[in-house]
Design a protein around this ligand. Structure first.
Ligand code: NAD
Length: 281
């Protein structure tokens, strides 16, 4: 069994990005990312902090718009409009989830699709579904990069994706399909989840339920990617896969933490650089 080390790869990618931003600076170009954080959800705050730190390390200018959870939808839209027009900003990221009174779709659709570094705008969602270039959501993009780095070809593999959200499962499905895997996608209403997961050469799980995938649900020699992040009562961070018992059955598996999470950050920086390059052109 080989551990897919996302942390080391993410650091290497960030070092490469730093070299690129140093080159940019010589041409008087600075890549810029605007982050909008609404409310005081502690997980969101820590994700945003990590993203800011990564930007700083990689030489990307970042600006944080922190807003109270009582903020009106109009005020958020106003900030997005300002960032859309700001020529120092290449990427705009609205940290999800948003408070209930805010229409998430409306917010995402307000972001200029050329600055949509999270890849959540329907324009970019459509381009991914059609197999065209655009911005791809960072977490599934990070999974593809991790597989590529370890020379794991997905063409022809039976892949099973557990979780079908717009930000994780669905784009993951499209990326795999575009890379010619045969994809089975499962969600909370899937009957007999194990009958699907057991067929998978490549099992990718992003459901948000600790211990969801047990060793009986995994095929011998499978490649297992655990996107889930769950905080146990004792404070421990775990994925959705029962790592201890599943790992011995796998050919490759990601740890949590240190697998997909750090790749998400690296892909956000890459998407921001891509937006900056598009603008410079
Ligand atoms: P979500 O709640 O929006 O979607 C969860 C999906 O999983 C849904 O499609 C749901 O139907 C499915 N699901 C839930 N319970 C299930 C079950 N028992 N059986 C089968 N399917 C089930 O969540 P999300 O935003 O897609 O995030 C999913 C997980 O991935 C979370 O743990 C989240 O923290 C994690 N995540 C990690 C990263 C990262 O960088 N590693 C990034 C984003 C999300």
């Amino acid at each position: 069994m080989t551990l897919l080390d996302g942390k080391t790869l993410s650091n290497a990618i960030q070092d490469e990005i730093k070299k690129e931003t140093d080159e940019f600076r010589k041409q008087n170009i600075t890549a810029g990312l605007a982050v909008i954080l609404v409310g005081d959800d502690s997980a969101s705050q820590s994700y945003v902090k990590m993203k800011e730190k990564a930007c700083e390390r990689a030489g990307i200018y970042s600006i944080l718009h922190k807003m109270p959870s009582s903020i009106s939808e109009d005020k958020i839209l106003e900030t997005i409009s300002m960032m859309n027009q700001n020529s120092n900003i290449d990427g705009i990221l609205v940290q999800l989830p948003l408070p209930r009174h805010v229409n998430q779709t409306k917010i995402i659709e307000a972001i200029d699709s050329a600055k949509d570094v999270d890849g959540f705008h329907p324009f970019n969602v459509g381009r991914l579904a059609a197999g065209l270039d655009g911005f791809v959501p960072c977490t599934p993009l990070g999974v593809m990069r991790l597989l590529e780095h370890y020379k794991i070809g997905v063409k022809g593999l039976n892949a099973c994706v557990v979780g079908a959200s717009n930000i994780v499962g669905k784009p993951m499905m499209n990326l795999l399909l575009n890379a010619f895997a045969t994809v089975d996608i499962c969600h909370i209403y899937t009957k007999n989840l194990a009958s699907h997961t057991k067929q998978a050469d490549l099992l990718i799980v992003g459901a948000g339920k600790a211990g969801l995938i047990t060793k009986e649900m995994v095929k011998d020699g499978a490649i297992v990617i655990d996107i889930g992040i769950n905080r146990l009562e004792n404070g421990k961070l775990v994925g959705d896969v029962d790592f201890e018992n599943v790992a011995p059955k796998c050919s490759f598996i990601t740890p949590v933490p240190g697998g997909v999470g750090p790749m998400t950050i690296a892909m956000l920086l890459e998407n921001t650089i891509k937006a900056a390059k598009n603008r410079a052109r």
